[in-house]
Design a protein around this ligand. Structure first.
Ligand code: AR6
Length: 173
């Protein structure tokens, strides 16, 4: 499979995707919130929150995995992106770590397909273009190193995000 076949863009909600794991842009409590986090908890149902309660939170840049419950996706990887504070507070390292830890958990669970939202690019204020650049770079890197990963989907909630990811993917290939 070529890199182009293994990297896709989806315009719409990440909750609609039939992949092994969708990634949630959560907060350190892992107890839900707004944005994509709220949408994932609503679609998965209350059992997701019950499992999350037992995880004891998650640090910024780290990730934890749960079942997907009522979602089409089999699993949810909850990661906590950095809050944007101007760019000189290691936000880029923390965001890179979110992608790396998510891929680690995917591989450890022997899963093959994953979908990401634009982590930190909503309520947490990370500039979308920079956040998407990190997302694409880390995904290409993971795909290059792990043949077991068959598909990475970038879930874009609106056409603005879709255009940003499309331009980056075109630039990379
Ligand atoms: N599917 C795909 N992408 C979505 C969806 C969806 N259903 N809904 C929103 N987005 P955000 P963050 C996009 O704010 O910046 C929560 O309250 C959205 O347009 O969800 O990491 C958590 O509990 C944006 O591009 O996450 C945390 O407290 C991207 O997803 C905090 O927000 C991320 O926006 C995390 O903030």
């Amino acid at each position: 499979m070529t890199m182009q076949e293994r990297l896709k863009i989806h315009l719409g909600s990440i909750t609609d995707l039939d992949v092994d794991a969708i990634v949630n842009a959560a907060n350190t409590t892992l107890l839900g919130g707004g944005g994509v986090d709220g949408a994932i908890h609503r679609a998965a149902g209350p059992e997701l929150l019950a499992e999350c309660r037992a995880l004891g939170g998650c640090q910024t840049g780290d990730a934890k995995i749960t079942k997907g419950y009522n979602l089409k996706a089999r699993q949810v990887i909850h990661t906590v992106g950095p809050v944007w504070k101007g760019g000189d507070h290691s936000e880029d390292d923390q965001l890179r770590s979110c992608y790396r830890r998510s891929f680690e958990l995917l591989i450890r669970a022997k899963l093959h397909s994953i979908a990401f939202p634009a982590i930190s690019a909503g309520a947490y204020g990370y500039p979308l273009e920079d956040a998407a650049e990190i997302a694409v770079r880390e995904s290409v890197n993971a795909l290059n190193h792990h043949r077991s990963i068959k598909l990475v989907v970038f879930a874009c909630f609106d056409r603005t995000a879709e255009a940003v990811y499309e331009r980056l993917l075109t630039k990379h290939f």
